[in-house]
Design a binder for this molecule. Sequence first.
Ligand code: FES
Length: 110
Amino acid sequence: MPPFRGWADLVAEDDLARAGKLVVSHERHEILLLWNDGSPVALSNICIHRGRKLNEGVMLGSRLVCAGHQWAYEIATGYCAARDRYQPRYNLEVADGRIRVEFPARRGPA
Ligand code: FES
């Protein structure tokens, strides 16, 4: 079966705002939703380095630091400046209080 492409309704924006961080599975994707300075962001939850789960990492200011080997990703873009690489991130929109995410993820600058 080909990989899923298109938009999917994942969670209520209020739920993410309250939790700050949620992991949602959709098809074969594991998505990390973060509440970043008043806006939702969707990254792949699987670190591009060695596959640790990014939801186990720590948010420090504008960055998310992986618990595996401390690669630090800009939350808004997925960019890791120290490695000049991008964590995959998903286009996202909010409609009627629901967060919708586009598949597949983007793997690079906007
Ligand atoms: S697995 Fe994330 S930094 Fe190594």
